[in-house]
Design a protein around this ligand. Sequence first.
Ligand SMILES: Nc1nc2c(ncn2[C@@H]2O[C@H](COP(=O)(O)OP(=O)(O)O)[C@@H](O)[C@H]2O)c(=O)[nH]1
Ligand SMILES: [Mg+2]
Length: 695
Amino acid sequence: MAAEPSRIRTVAVAGQGGVGKTSIADALVFAAGGATRLGRVDDETSLFDFEPEEMRRRCSITTSLHHFAWNKHEVTILDTPGQGNFVADTHYALRGSCGVVQVIDASTPLRAEASKVWNWAGELGQPVLFVLNKCERPEADVDARLEELREQLGARPVLITVALRAGESMDGVVDVVSGCGYAYENDSGKFKAAPVPASAAERVVLLRSAVTEAAAESDDELLEKYLEAGDLSLDDIRKGLRKSILARTVQPVLCVSASANVGIVQLLDAIVDLMPAPSELPGVAAKNEDGASVVLAPDPASPFAGFVFKTIVDPHVGHLSVMRVVSGTVTADTNVINPMTRTKERFGHLLKLEGRKTKEVDSATVGEVIAVAKLRDTHAGQTLADAAHPVEIEGFSPVTPTISFAVEARKRGEEDKAAQGLHKLCEEDLALHVDRDEETGEILVSGSGQLHVEVACERLERKYSVAVVLKAPKVPYRETVRAKVPAHGRLKKQSGGHGQFADCKIEIEPMQRGGGFQFVDKIVGGSIPRNYIPAVEKGVRDALKAGTVAGYPVVDVKVTVTDGQYHDVDSSEMAFKVAGSMAFKDGFAQARPTLLEPFVLIEVSVPDECMGDVMGDLNSRRAKVEGMEQRGHAQVIRAKVPMAEVLRYAPDLTSMTSGRGSFEIAFSHYEPVPEHLVAKIVSESNKNAAQPGHG
Ligand SMILES: Nc1nc2c(ncn2[C@@H]2O[C@H](COP(=O)(O)OP(=O)(O)O)[C@@H](O)[C@H]2O)c(=O)[nH]1
Ligand SMILES: [Mg+2]
């Protein structure tokens, strides 16, 4: 039997990289009895970071899930990546959760990335619970972190557990509302009631009134009670707090230490007591068959609708589509429809994910996450629905890559195998893109950063047994013209029987940036017969694929065909195609050709004291700074900068800021390369083209 929706909790654990999300997720599963041993990231025994690429780097790369029962509730945990190269997955995975457990490292200042998870939760209307982790560290500073949460995120954090012995070791916690202390035994996760020391007692009283106030504000009746009696019952506090949290006006905060395994049981209780049941959340917006907006009620009795937020591809098992049940209840062996691809799909077994393993269940209802195998034509970001009610939930917005590498199969002849494997990886990883480079025929892999692309190549080797080498990152330069010129192409060949003849005159001129290519036919009087004009255009388009400056595609040009000659017997489409191509190549060189380079929009967050260095460095990279803004203790610099200058920005920023800076990049526009740099780019691309393996 599917669980009662009021007893379902599905939460995503999210936050910056390295704050201890995975450690907390493991500790939660262990505390609830869902594992017999406490999995640890550092020992490579985590239930969540089980992929070799994750274990090797001690870094979550993709979202993984586990579920367990706690206090008669069915809890599902989504452990998401925090590292900038992999957070696209986190953004998507949040579509699977009903609330966000945002983890903060209590021992270091909040970084600008924290606002990312916070904003995503806001967009999705999901309540947030903060966990301050690493509280056993001497540098842990709870008050400073709360201040940053208020200032930088505009959050309203309210402490509901604190360390039992503040300022000393983290060997227990106090539940602020009940005032009960709990002392933990070493790192077993076991605890017993303990008196609250005088050093903490006073603070706990103050904190309790803050919680009570936050609870009272949630509704008039409670507020009245509070104003009259000066206090609220435990039940009323819990009720009011839930309401404020659901309305996102308040965020509870718990202090824990995942590595000491302290405070985790209180966190479990808080997830069950304070995070929303799916049935308490507003319905999910969708479109029906006629394109009209509808709201899918989180009601187990409604027609089924599920949103697929993840695909897992296993070379042996095949595809697993992971979805959140948005509406209705589903049982094994059900037929549904994918309205986007208009495919009828059949669910065989319903599976719940347990780390790398799965468990079969009979049915699933609102708010639960299930996986089904071997769907015919369904991808992450799509909806599956009751065939009689084919609704569609808005899909994912695409992630634009910020870096591209050419890759080469290590073994000759394995290029196709590599390309196929990479395409399969793209099904699981929506931030990864694979293309062929038109100029060189090379495989191009693009992603959210160098690390992202490197990890993709490692996975390719492990899952599909084909090794590739990453070559230098590629800047997608383009070529264009700066002058209007006439040009002429003439093919005249006499070979044996009849010959080949075509003659065309064209004009080449620049277009505005982003104009692409335009072809205009101005032939009058049939100097080139109508049926040969498309051949001329085809020839020109072929020539555009590689300009003569450095072999990059030509863009932003207009070509007008003005005149020509033909021969009754010797002219052919083929001949006019060649003539068109010849004309363009001839004219291109005269039309003051040059290179265009891509610019990216970069947003760099740095601590105040590193501002000068980072700014100076950006200037030396030809950046055009557009603005600066203070966000908490960090400065955020926005600039447009040539992509070529920031291909390897990450390690440089790390060293300038001792690891406290972060940045984001998105494609912006193309601009001409400054004259003095053209020669260098040309000679480098000639060098590359001369290397073996380039077409
Ligand atoms: N000192 C300390 N280290 C912790 C704690 N929790 C996790 N870590 C360590 O922090 C590192 C990153 O942990 P992980 O769970 O992978 O972080 P994630 O990137 O947020 O998932 C690992 O080396 C953990 O052992 C904690 O409570 N205290
Ligand atoms: Mg992790």
